[in-house]
Design a protein around this ligand. Sequence first.
Ligand SMILES: NC(=O)c1ccc[n+]([C@@H]2O[C@H](COP(=O)([O-])OP(=O)(O)OC[C@H]3O[C@@H](n4cnc5c(N)ncnc54)[C@H](O)[C@@H]3O)[C@@H](O)[C@H]2O)c1
Length: 147
Amino acid sequence: MSTVKDLLTAKGSSVSTISPQAKVYEALALMAEKDIGALVVVSEGKVVGVISERDYARKVVLKGRFSKETAVKDVMSSLDATVKPSQTVEECMAIMTEKRHRHLPVMDNGKLVGIISIGDLVKSIISNQKFMIENLENYISGAPEVR
Ligand SMILES: NC(=O)c1ccc[n+]([C@@H]2O[C@H](COP(=O)([O-])OP(=O)(O)OC[C@H]3O[C@@H](n4cnc5c(N)ncnc54)[C@H](O)[C@@H]3O)[C@@H](O)[C@H]2O)c1
């Protein structure tokens, strides 16, 4: 069973963050530069929320606000779900489904140590399924097990 720690080992633990006082425009520019869909919002070293492209679409564009005038803190999603490195991919998928988040900050003893996106989970699940199917096919055809 793959864990968050396994995913972070594969993808890296660096996290792009932004201050709650920054303007939404700066957040969008950083997301575009890094080619990612969300930023963790950090205030005085503490994780306080996540701002995503969805927050921008629904709370800025559709509300007739302007990204250069709106602060991140006014449209970010408050922090209501994080995961630990020891949690499994399946547990993360359940949390994302229940909370309707596509990104989860990874916290270890109160410290931000990574971020997991829905794409990371889907990639891991597909690769595990591929591995299982290969082994089943080999078992059926009598070939040795893939390790
Ligand atoms: N090939 C891969 O390894 C891979 C992994 C994840 C996603 N994807 C693809 O990218 C597209 C968008 O992915 P998504 O919806 O999961 O979201 P996304 O674009 O936000 O995430 C893309 C990658 O960036 C990372 N990321 C996101 N926010 C980050 C942040 N603030 N700091 C550091 N890293 C951050 C994610 O963990 C993920 O690995 C999808 O088409 C998905 O299939 C590919």
